[in-house]
Write a new protein. Structure first.
Length: 573
């Protein structure tokens, strides 16, 4: 069984990675025709420490979550809880059906959505905000993880499992979602931005309509991409999804439909007004019991902090977990005996009446979104990223408060995709992947030093040791002749050491000039793995990878993406 295999993998791997220190090794996993390097997440600076505890020391954080995803019993219990909770299955299937009809979703996706109306069907859910051209690689990794997990759970527990992608579209931060970065024809980072539509930065992104400028952005993307056998396919698919007059969320959902709908992924646009009446009772309860959600999340955050983990969310005492949506998205805060909606005052009864008559005017914030999600879907597991794992660890009490079963959390696969040339470079020179992140030449210099002829390196070290030894003995003997000369001797020692270090640097520069091939290989690997100094999966957009690998990328990841939480995978496709 998958959960048993995961437990066995941990047992073996924890012997190989015994301590949470930078010295933890990486593990090369032999796969015919491919390169896979598994890196313990406890080595990785950009992944929260919580991810390591969650993967390798779950008992330390068990009370904050619904169960251990390595436990078969936890999966069985989660399935039982989901099946026993009354949800609007038929109504949600109808909402999904109308969305899919509007997007012309693939038949496999429509069939999967229809199965959610059948009692006993459960869901594996993940999600991400709507972004330009599909967002960074981790969007795809999230979806693929959910899809692979759904297949495994269905096989192991003999239950119908549907993978669902929840599209966040009610945030208004336009600058965060408008850009797509790729590596261009010169293998350098290049960023393409969507044209700024009317209302950007004020309206929720789901209400923003793309205009004709989106076609110019796609033209710019096409010009920047290195020509490949898949450039035409990639650009054509983008043009079909991101069309003038389409909302950002619908374009994003169309793009996911095109890539993953044929494999059964159900995409849900969460800003759909038709879904809001199905959760209006949650909105009403939040207003009737002001501050309860915030206090529960704050208490769990304090528990996280006491165990050495930074809380992701620090709710304010006067905050509610709702926004008001009437044009702009406006926070709702407690004020005296009632509420403040922006600058407007409103009583609890007034807002509750509005929830009942127009629930689409309300939106959950980060503390309530997951509860709303799992009220709508029979979720047995959610696939979070490392940061999401932190805020979800603050929500167990919130789930209990609203009476909604909390799902298991199965961390998404985290990976870097490299080409065979970069794989050969890493393996030949045994370069630690994380050493490539600093945007300087420190790691390159160390690599070049390691390639120096032993005679040169040895002679330089020998000269430095002899000079230091001789001048230190001279400095010790000087006071017997003239105490004032001891300082002069040490000054001379410092100057000579400086000169030797300068000579050493000149040797390194000579090595750089001699071995430009090695320098190019290093720079190319660094740019590919850490574009702009940031992790590839968080930086490079999906068009870059689709242009390189074509539609086969999805099939390969569905078959081969490793699913062992606690490891970052560097792999060739």
């Amino acid at each position: 069984m998958f959960s048993d295999a995961l437990r066995q993998y941990r047992a073996v791997s924890s012997d190989s990675f015994p301590a949470a220190t930078p010295g933890l090794p990486s593990l090369a996993v032999p796969v015919p025709g491919q390169t896979r390097i598994a890196i313990d997440v406890r080595r990785i600076a950009w992944i929260r420490k919580l991810a390591g505890d969650y993967a390798f020391h779950f008992p330390k954080v068990a009370d904050l979550y619904a169960g251990d995803p390595a436990s078969r019993e936890a999966w069985s219990e989660s399935i039982r809880r989901a099946a026993g909770y009354d949800r609007p299955g038929r109504d949600m299937a109808a909402v999904l059906g109308r969305q899919q009809e509007a997007r012309s979703s693939p038949p496999a996706a429509r069939d999967a959505a229809a199965r959610l109306a059948v009692p006993g069907t459960v869901a594996i859910v993940t999600g991400q905000q709507a972004t330009a051209f599909g967002g960074p690689l981790f969007t795809l990794l999230k979806a693929i993880t959910a899809m692979r997990l759904a297949r495994r759970v269905a096989r192991e527990h003999q239950v119908e499992v549907v993978p669902v992608f929840w599209v966040h579209a009610e945030d208004h931060d336009w600058d965060e979602v408008a850009a797509c970065t790729i590596l261009d024809r010169a293998h350098q980072p290049a960023t393409v931005r969507l044209g700024r539509p009317e209302g950007a930065g004020e309206l929720p992104v789901g209400e923003l309509k793309l205009d004709a400028a989106v076609e110019d952005a796609i033209d710019s993307l096409q010009s920047a991409l290195a020509p490949s056998d898949f450039t035409g396919w990639t650009v054509s698919a983008l043009r079909q999804a991101y069309t003038p007059g389409t909302s950002i969320s619908q374009a994003f959902a169309r793009w996911l439909d095109a890539l993953l709908g044929p494999h059964g992924l159900v995409v849900f646009e969460s800003s759909d007004p038709a879904a809001k009446p199905l959760v209006s009772d949650i909105f009403e309860r939040e207003l009737r019991e002001p501050g309860r959600t915030a206090s529960l999340a704050a208490a769990a955050g304090a528990t996280l902090a006491s165990r050495g983990h930074q809380p992701q969310v620090e709710p304010q005492p006067d905050a509610t977990a709702l926004f008001h949506m009437n044009g702009a998205r406006t926070a709702i805060r407690r004020r005296d005996a009632g509420y403040a909606v922006g600058e407007r005052s409103a009583s609890a009864d007034e807002l509750i009446a509005e929830v009942r008559s127009a629930p689409w005017r309300f939106s959950p914030n980060v503390l309530l979104r997951s509860v709303v999600q799992d009220r709508l879907f029979p979720t047995i597991a959610y696939v979070p990223g490392p940061s999401e794992l932190a805020y979800l660890g603050q929500l167990r009490g919130v789930y209990d408060h609203f009476g909604v079963p909390m799902p298991l959390l199965f961390p998404r696969a985290t990976a870097t995709l490299i080409d065979s040339a970069t794989a050969r470079f890493l393996q030949r020179y045994d370069v630690p992947v994380e050493a490539l992140q600093p945007q300087d030449e420190a790691a390159l210099n160390r690599l070049l030093e390691s390639q120096l002829p032993a005679s040169i390196e040895g002679a330089l070290k020998d000269a430095e040791e002899k000079v230091r030894g001789s001048l230190e003995r001279l400095a010790e003997a000087m006071p017997a002749l003239d105490p004032t000369l001891a300082g002069a001797a040490r000054t001379t020692l410092g100057r000579m050491q400086h000169e030797l270090q300068a000579l050493h640097s000149k040797v390194i520069q000579a090595a750089k000039r001699r071995d430009e091939t090695l320098r190019r290989q290093f720079t190319r690997a660094q740019t590919q793995i850490f574009p702009l100094g940031h992790p590839q999966e968080r930086t490079l957009g999906l068009p870059f990878f689709l242009n390189r690998y074509g539609p086969a990328l999805v099939e390969r990841l569905l078959e081969d993406l490793p699913m062992e939480p606690g490891y970052h995978w560097v792999m060739t496709i």
